[in-house]
Ligand binder design. Structure first.
Ligand code: GAR
Length: 224
């Protein structure tokens, strides 16, 4: 499954269906991707684990319920990530807030995808809240993880117009399509050096990566 010449090794953390993990895995198989997924780990039984395992990826269920404390659970998770050889961590629908200690252990190396145009709508129920506020635009962000929830530097975003007929379900489905384009693009860019993240600073060296994306006319890609 993994590409032999891959340099960037990522651990993908999930809690559910794992569609973003699958998008990352699919992209890892394309000729231009220079990253490999060396572990898919979940904090609870998650559909995405069997998808990953069927795709030939290493998986680990590190069930929060098997540990008496969050600290013990995160220690086991960190050890599994380190043992896998991963040098970056991608949160892909990992629905547990990581502690400051865990984040410090992998400082500057944790990336998250969040279904809103940060800094708007941190936390949960982003689509519902965007609709309730009659927002004209909504979208998705990929950002660095810091100890403050959904607060780290934005690496890139994709924005779409909210339609008058949009429901929570339709908006979430439209944003998910963008998520599956944006996350692989960002991780691929990190692997190729098109974007660098030094000391929490996002620096795009090459934005021509956008040319390879097939985006509909009403979608905007925003570099962080
Ligand atoms: C995705 O929409 C992701 O952006 C979101 O959870 C979903 C996971 O779906 N993440 C967050 O809300 C994090 N705050 P997936 O399991 O199919 O990738």
């Amino acid at each position: 499954m993994s590409r032999a010449n891959s340099q960037l090794k990522i651990a993908v953390l999930i809690s559910g269906r794992g569609s973003n993990m699958q998008a990352l895995a699919n992209h890892a198989e394309t000729p231009n991707a220079s990253y490999q997924i060396c572990l898919v780990a979940a904090n609870k039984p998650a559909d995405g684990l069997s998808i990953a395992s069927d795709a030939g990826l290493s998986t680990a269920l590190i069930d929060r319920k098997s540990y008496t404390s969050k600290q013990d659970h995160e220690r086991a998770l960190a050890e599994a990530i380190e043992a896998s050889g991963a040098n970056w961590i991608c949160l892909a629908g990992y629905m547990s807030v990581l502690s400051a200690d865990f984040i410090a252990r992998f400082e500057g190396k944790i990336i998250n995808i969040h279904p809103s145009l940060l800094p708007d709508y941190k936390g949960l129920h982003t689509h519902e809240r965007a609709l309730a506020d009659s927002q004209k635009f909504h979208g998705v962000s990929v950002h660095l993880v810091t100890p403050v929830l959904d607060d780290g530097a934005v690496i890139a975003q994709m924005r779409l117009p909210v339609r008058s007929a949009d429901t929570q379900e339709s908006l979430s489905a439209r944003v998910l399509v963008l998520e599956h384009i944006l996350y692989p693009m960002v991780i691929g860019s990190l692997a190729s050096g098109a974007v660098t993240l030094d000391a929490g600073q996002v620096c795009w060296q090459d934005i021509s990566v956008a040319n390879a994306l097939s985006l509909s006319e009403d979608t905007t890609l925003i570099f962080g």
